[in-house]
Design a protein around this ligand. Structure first.
Ligand code: 3PG
Length: 307
């Protein structure tokens, strides 16, 4: 049994060593393909893999087809929009994620983004404090919940739009609920997105929502670039010189936007929400353990392509 870790953006060495240890202790063979630069390298590496661990690496139908022995693929992380689930399902390949394992890292980055934007990119100039501001959180999964806890530490009022969140969770976290997405945008001085990219959310955040935000508001995106309707966002930013946008997932028009909007827009060069040693270890080791558990006990708790 061969377990391949294929990561264009590698895990920390400690995480890789930990994954190797779990895999070898189970009696399986460990292999790693890191920092690969072409899809052909990935296609060659998966050819004899029985199990695959990836991060944001694209597991396309072509990759699935090339992985003749593949039985399980685990996305070490939360969002699994990089996996072709239909192709996996057709082949009977179990696809999983590792929910919650990197949530704190992403939540901390969302808070850091707010501080960065409210303090003029850490340059001289009068900024504003987070205390007393309303933070809107769109979706209340592991990351949204963690952000709410951190934001309360800053004295922010937390407003959540999450129609599917259990009432008990809302009560446990002591957050206020917005009944519509429009209300969330209208009331949030800072608004952080924690929605997955899927058919329902792609292009969801556009002109209509962004232009509803209060004066001086800042939109924070540590989710996916696909959830933004970039044309609409640009229109809103053009019309409203007070609005700001910061993203961990550079926009398609990033250079042009940076030139046009200056410090009102910022994007990290490469997605870094989960780039902490802790998150690498949490998600990487969880992925390895889930694979061993699947092969030894048939556990499919975190399967995302259940029929
Ligand atoms: C996730 O969905 O878990 C995050 O976006 C992290 O992605 P990464 O593993 O590519 O850093």
């Amino acid at each position: 049994m061969k377990v391949l870790v294929a990561t264009e953006k590698p895990f920390s060495k400690v995480a890789v060593d930990g994954i190797r240890k779990i895999v070898e202790a189970a009696g399986y063979e460990f292999a790693a393909l890191e920092k690969y630069t072409s899809n052909d390298e990935l296609l060659a590496a998966v050819a004899d893999a029985d199990a695959l661990i990836v991060r944001s690496d694209k597991v396309t139908r072509e990759v699935v087809d090339a992985a003749k022995n593949l039985k399980i693929v685990v996305r070490a992380g939360a969002g699994y929009d990089n996996l072709d689930l239909a192709a996996c399902t057709e082949r009977g390949i179990v696809a999983m994620n590792t929910p919650g394992q990197n949530a704190n890292a992403v939540a901390e980055l969302a808070i850091a983004f707010m501080l960065f934007m409210s303090r003029n990119h850490f340059n001289p100039g009068t900024g504003c404090e987070l205390k007393g501001k309303t933070l809107g959180i769109q979706a209340f999964g592991n990351i949204g919940r963690r952000v709410s806890v951190l934001a309360k530490g800053f004295g922010m009022d937390v407003l959540v739009y999450a129609p599917t969140a259990p009432a008990q969770v809302i009560a446990d976290y002591g957050v206020t609920v917005a009944t519509t997405l429009e209300e969330l945008f209208e009331k949030s001085d800072f608004l952080t997105l924690h929605i997955p990219a899927n058919e329902k959310t792609k292009g969801l955040i556009g002109y209509d929502l962004v232009s509803r935000m209060p004066k001086g508001a800042c939109l924070v995106n540590t989710a996916r670039k696909e959830v933004i309707n970039e044309e609409g966002l640009i229109k809103a930013l053009k019309e409203r010189e007070d609005l700001k946008y910061i993203t961990d997932v550079p926009t398609a028009n990033h250079a042009a936007m940076a030139e046009e909007f200056g410090k009102r827009v910022f994007g990290t060069p490469k997605k870094m929400g989960a780039e902490t040693g802790e998150a690498n270890v949490n998600a990487g080791l969880a992925a390895a353990n889930q694979i061993v558990d699947f092969f030894t006990t048939g556990n499919t708790k975190f399967q995302v392509n259940k029929q």
